[in-house]
Design a protein around this ligand. Structure first.
Ligand code: PGA
Length: 242
């Protein structure tokens, strides 16, 4: 399976910086690995225009109507968008998004033909209390409950240990692989016909100097990358293009 690298730019980069990145990235990108970019919502059109798959970092569970300030999956699809990241730990932590709410968002996005990168992961206290697998299992079962629209093409799951995000601390390849193997098993039970083929991304301080070892693990099919996706040169290195 071709590895997938998803850039999560969070609330970084102005329009000029987005365009500079796109130009530098496209000049050297070979397509050896698949690259997607989720800029700030306001700049998703710049990414769409570049031909690189473009994503939101969140969307509403509603399609349209009186929901001031929300972003519609349908409108994004209409403007040429490709995917949405849902359940990122910053959304769970700062915006009180629960797996139940995320379940509604995942369903809406899939119905509107967007691909979904659904994120799960434990905090440090949860890991230290040996709760990693039960927390991640709950996030999978609640967030992906009753998914009639899901397929192995439109649903991607990202494991991001919260203690590794933006901290410079990466899960060791063995720690990441252990959780990925568990997630793979849960997805196989949940989706017997295609669960095995769902792409699993690792996220949390993925960098050019640790990416190969992480992507070398049996159940790691790609990465969801924050900090190291902000510089074209680093993201190119993650995509296998030095
Ligand atoms: P990081 O962020 O690569 O900066 O750790 C990953 C993420 O938040 O998706």
């Amino acid at each position: 399976m071709t590895k997938l690298l998803v850039a999560n730019w969070k609330m970084n980069k102005n329009g000029k910086e987005c365009l500079e990145f796109i130009e530098a990235f496209k000049a050297k990108y070979s397509g050896k690995r698949v690259a997607w970019i989720a800029p700030q919502a306001l700049f998703t059109k710049l990414v769409i225009n570049s031909g690189i798959p473009s994503g939101l970092q969140n969307c509403s569970e509603h399609i349209n109507g009186a929901f001031t300030g929300e972003i519609s999956a349908r409108t994004f699809k209409e403007m040429g968008g490709d995917f949405v990241i849902l359940g990122h730990s910053e959304r769970r932590q700062y915006f009180m998004e629960t797996s139940k709410l995320l379940n509604a968002k995942v369903k809406t996005a899939l119905k509107e033909s967007l691909k979904v990168v659904y994120c799960v992961g434990e905090t440090l206290p949860e890991r230290e209390a040996n709760q990693t697998l039960s927390i991640v299992g709950d996030q999978i079962h609640q967030g992906l409950n009753d998914m009639s629209e899901a397929t192995s093409e439109n649903l991607i799951v990202a494991y991001e240990p919260v203690w590794a995000i933006g901290t410079g601390k990466t899960a060791s390849p063995a720690q990441a692989q252990e959780v990925h193997a568990f997630i793979r098993g849960e997805l196989k039970k949940k989706f017997p016909t295609f669960g095995e083929k769902i792409q699993l991304l690792y996220g949390g301080s993925v960098k050019p100097d640790n990416v190969e070892e992480l992507l070398g693990q049996k159940d790691i099919d790609g990465g969801l990358v924050g900090g190291a996706s902000l510089k074209a040169q680093d993201f190119l290195a993650l995509c296998g293009d030095k």
